[in-house]
Design a protein around this ligand. Structure first.
Ligand code: FAD
Ligand code: 2HG
Ligand code: ZN
Length: 477
């Protein structure tokens, strides 16, 4: 039996090599390791092989080879996903299809404000291509140096500029996709308006590689902000955050790009584990916001107006203290605090993550209820609350207590996540607002999604992937 499997694998590897060349196929276990390890180190994973096609035709041929042998495929981008969606299961029967060699910028049209890139372009590469043309591609997340645009689109990534520019899905005009059959759908249109039937690209955006493999995308570009102001603001509690955001938007409109929340323990973790991070204000506070506004035109008085707006909020009692970055280095210091929370908490130990959203007006209520509930269930757990408050999206994570082993702590994940997710759902929120479902949150889909919704999703899956070969253990319970 084992020998037969070995023979099949060797034959599969040869068939793949004929398409992508020898260097495009990895079969040695040791060389496959980086493709098998999930970001959080939570999952067992193995694969028959890793295949790295370099063109859309090669992706299509690889998919046809797998389809003809009923071999499941896990598409992989930068492997930065936090829900185990980019790694195969532990069976050793799946193939990892890495998009990393499909990393060309195909075209840019600055006058049309559009950019066409391949799925394996790292997000910073996409941002830089826009920047070189004097424009902005606004998707921005702490993993941008390694995540790929194909992964971003497949997870409908959020990040720190959603308030102004929307989620990844809203930045897409067209897609090129390899279907489960191995056919290529060329929907790479760069049109702002196109109502010719169903908007098929939506089938592949945010569906985590379960319905097709994105190989290229036509993206929207924006004018680059000419002036930017960044402030680190201490607030008395989370309850004032909605009022303060309303105040800022009233004064600056859509210029408000970033509205990120961090509680004190996040900063303490960053100070402990990230070199160069330091206290941002003269005193220490419990609640912080990182606020950024940006104006495309030459709005020369923006800084002065921003200071005035903050002073007004101070008088209303919504702000305790604030510092507006005077230099680029200071701006980077503020961002370093926010962008290193995930890394710092990872170094600190195991983490049970919740990536939830509620209406902006329910954020404070959620934090209060969630904090109280977790303090009851695990009094020594370290609550790490931060996130994209302007979008109502919080990362409500629990780090392992000092007096508990990681394994015992993680063993309580289901119980702890149920406590948090029940509160979110009670507030009409979402138990999964940003990172996707992957392999880790499938049980929550079964618990919280209606059977009508789940069956509609299964219908789509059966239609587009009748053999169930694309990410079979992902998303749907
Ligand atoms: P991968 O992790 O490789 O894959 C993610 C999923 O997409 C998998 O299901 C995979 O099968 C599928 N997939 C990948 N490429 C393709 C493709 N071309 N076609 C079809 N399916 C594909 N996420 C946010 O949304 N906002 C954040 O602010 C954020 N911050 C992060 C910060 C850190 C430090 C880290 C480690 C992660 C963060 N993430 C964040 C999570 C992660 O970076 C995003 O989900 C990102 O969009 C994943 O991109 P990737 O290329 O790494 O995809
Ligand atoms: C962020 O907002 C990411 O920084 C990561 O979405 C969140 O680590 C997390 O839970
Ligand atoms: Zn986030």
């Amino acid at each position: 039996m084992a020998a037969a499997f070995e023979t099949q694998n060797a034959e599969l590897a040869l068939a793949m090599e004929a398409v992508v060349g020898r260097s495009g196929v990895i079969t040695e276990r040791a060389d496959m390791v980086p493709y098998l390890e999930d970001q959080r180190g939570l999952l067992e994973s193995d694969a028959r092989l890793v295949v790295r096609p370099a063109t859309v035709e090669e992706v299509a041929e690889v998919v046809r080879i797998c389809a003809s042998r009923d071999v499941p495929i896990v598409p992989q981008g930068g492997n930065t996903g936090l829900v185990g969606g980019s790694v195969p299961d532990g069976s050793g029967e799946q193939v990892v299809l890495s998009l990393s060699r499909m990393n060309r910028v195909r075209s840019i049209d600055p006058l049309n404000f559009t950019l066409v890139v391949e799925a394996g372009c790292v997000l910073t590469q996409v941002q830089n291509a826009a920047d070189e043309a004097g424009l902005l591609f606004p998707l921005s997340l702490a993993s941008e140096g390694s995540c790929q645009i194909g992964g971003n689109l497949s997870t409908n990534a959020g990040g720190t500029a959603v308030l102004r520019y929307g989620n990844a899905r809203e930045l897409v005009l067209g897609l090129e996709v390899v279907l489960a059959s191995g056919e290529i759908w060329n929907g790479l249109r760069t049109l702002r308006k196109d109502n010719t039937g169903y908007d098929l690209k939506q089938l592949f955006l945010g569906t985590e590689g379960t319905l097709g493999i994105i190989t290229a995308a036509a993206l929207k570009l924006f004018p680059k902000p000419k002036e930017q102001c960044t402030a680190l603001v201490a607030i008395p509690n989370a309850a004032v955050a909605a009022d303060l955001l309303g105040w800022l938007r009233d004064a600056h409109g859509d210029a408000v790009t970033t509205y990120e929340y961090m509680q004190r323990p996040c900063l303490d973790m960053v100070f402990t584990h990230i070199p160069g991070a330091r206290e941002p204000l003269d005193s220490a506070y419990e609640h912080y916001l990182l606020v950024e506004i940006g104006a495309p035109g030459a709005a020369s008085d923006m800084g002065a107006r921003f200071e005035e707006t903050l002073a007004g909020a101070f008088e209303k009692g919504w702000i305790l203290d604030a510092s507006v970055a005077a230099t680029e280095a200071q701006r980077e210091d503020f961002w370093r605090l926010r962008e290193n929370i995930t890394e710092a908490t990872k170094i600190a130990g195991a983490s049970i993550k919740h990536d939830v959203s509620v209406a902006l007006t329910d954020v404070a209520r959620f934090i209060e209820r969630g904090s109280e509930a977790l303090a009851q269930v695990m009094p020594n757990g370290k609550l790490i609350v931060f996130g994209h408050l302007g979008d109502g999206n919080l990362h409500f994570n629990l780090n392992q207590p000092d007096d508990m082993e990681a394994k015992a702590f993680l063993g309580r994940s289901v119980e702890i996540s149920k406590v948090v997710h029940d509160i979110v759902v009670d507030l009409n929120g979402s138990f999964s607002a940003e990172h996707g479902i992957g392999r880790i949150k499938r049980k929550d889909m079964a618990a919280y999604k209606s059977s009508v919704e789940l069956e509609l999703m299964r219908t789509l899956k059966r239609t587009l992937d009748p053999k169930g070969l694309l990410n079979p253990e992902h998303v749907l319970p």
